[in-house]
Design a protein around this ligand. Structure first.
Ligand code: PLP
Length: 419
């Protein structure tokens, strides 16, 4: 099959929800992807934060093959050896005692919201109305099911599907006064991403997160953190919240957990887990032996990579900051570890940069319209970063990327000076 025939078939057969780049990927190795013609691309997006170990990691391949040859699926009606072992490792790195396994980020988030409502109900004395309101952040992204959408603070995702689940109030990003104003005894959960991913790589401030922790702790309300994009080593610590010095009541994870197989998890405290009983929540596929065996291997490898994420992240950040100092079109560089964003002065320019980088066979993308997003695999070397920075420098210097108005102003100034 060639690219043109795949495009034709997809156009005829798929629900048209995706706007794909026109490359047909065939295989991967390490930090590279190869297309059907053998062209090699440097992958600085990792399947949106999933391929943290790069492609075809030998230890992951070994585990996959061995487990696929033994047992793939059993349902949650029976035991298998890997869920408890994976939960033990997650508890060790997160400081949260219990895990529930599902298949995706959205599903983990949806479950976390259910846990919050169930917890609030269990704490309510007879005859009283349980706490039920949820506070979420403007510009957040938590997924595309109804509960997840209801807590997602971006109109473009929500509006086509309204009305959504009621009871959600949005807070201005990093606005402590707004949080204090909207927090009251009817709130069952405050929920947020420590670094907004789809919102433009925006880290929440320490003051805001600490205030959310203090308010929720004092009133027995849950603090739920979405670390689906920023968790599991991406920021240079196992979880981003560890760099803020707090512990949430619930954290959701997914993306890199099973190195490319679908697996998500809700991690929580004993206190919250105690209110859930058999039958209250569940999943047919969640936490199957194949995904869990691979996730155990992923966590083992992650421990060896954490220093590297911190070092490479700091180096990359420094290089991006230099580009900011050099190019007026760069508004801001943000992020932590290997979750970095570069906000440009226009959506048009950001689109052009992504496609110019693709021409140079480097994969990055855009988030929140005008922010370039970098989520490279944790195994990248300094040389790969240099290659990306050099390409970005060239692309940002190119006059072809100027917004149309600016280009025509320059052209007419040139004409004036030639007269
Ligand atoms: C912070 C965050 N939450 C939730 C999700 C949804 O995860 P999934 O696409 O695995 O359902 C994403 C996906 O990008 C995400 O970045």
């Amino acid at each position: 099959m060639n690219l043109a025939s795949v495009i034709r078939s997809e156009q005829a057969l798929l629900v048209p929800t995706y706007d794909r780049h026109k490359i047909l990927l065939d295989r991967g190795r390490g930090v590279y992807l190869l297309d059907s013609r053998g062209k090699r691309y440097l992958d600085f997006l990792s399947g949106i934060g999933v391929n943290a170990l790069g492609h075809r990691h030998p230890a992951i391949q070994r585990t996959l093959k061995a487990q696929a040859g033994r047992l793939i699926h059993v349902s949650n009606l029976f035991f298998h050896p890997y869920q408890a072992e994976l939960a033990r490792r997650l508890a060790r790195i997160s400081g949260l005692e219990r895990a529930f396994f599902c298949n995706s980020g959205t599903e983990a988030w949806e479950g976390a919201l259910k846990f919050a409502r169930a917890y609030a109900r269990s704490q309510t004395r007879d005859g009283r109305k349980p706490k039920w309101r949820i506070l979420a952040l403007d510009n957040s992204f938590h997924g595309r099911t109804f509960g997840a959408l209801a807590t997602t603070g971006q109109a473009k995702y929500r509006d086509p599907f309204a009305p959504l689940v009621p009871g959600v109030t949005f807070l201005a990003f990093n606005d402590v006064a707004d949080l204090k104003k909207k927090f009251d005894s009817s709130v069952c959960a405050v929920c947020l991403e420590p670094i907004q991913g789809e919102g433009g790589i925006r880290p929440v401030s320490g003051e805001f997160l600490q205030c959310a922790r203090d308010l929720t702790r004092r009133s027995g309300t849950l603090l739920i953190l979405d670390e689906i994009q920023c968790g599991l080593g991406r920021t240079g610590s196992h979880f981003a919240y560890q760099q803020y010095g707090i512990r949430p009541d619930i954290v959701t994870i997914a993306k890199p957990l099973a190195a490319g197989l679908p697996l998500g998890a809700i991690l929580t405290t004993d206190r919250v887990a105690r209110v859930l009983h058999p039958g209250m929540h569940g999943s047919t596929f969640g936490g199957g032996p194949l995904a869990c065996a691979v996730a155990i291997e992923f966590l083992r490898l992650l421990d060896e990579l954490m220093d590297q994420v911190r070092e490479r992240g700091a180096y990359f950040r420094g290089e991006l900051d230099k580009l900011k100092a050099k190019h007026d079109c760069v508004r801001e560089v943000r992020g932590m570890g290997l979750m970095l964003g570069m906000e440009l002065d226009s959506t048009e320019r950001a689109k052009a940069v992504v496609s110019e980088m693709l021409q140079r066979r480097i994969l990055i993308n855009r988030t929140n319209e005008n922010t370039l997003r970098f989520l490279p695999p944790y195994i990248i070397q300094e040389g790969h970063i240099n290659q990306v920075v050099r390409a970005l420098d060239e692309v940002l210097s190119s006059s072809r990327l100027e917004p149309v108005e600016q280009r025509s102003i320059r052209r007419s100034t040139r004409r004036e000076s030639q007269k």
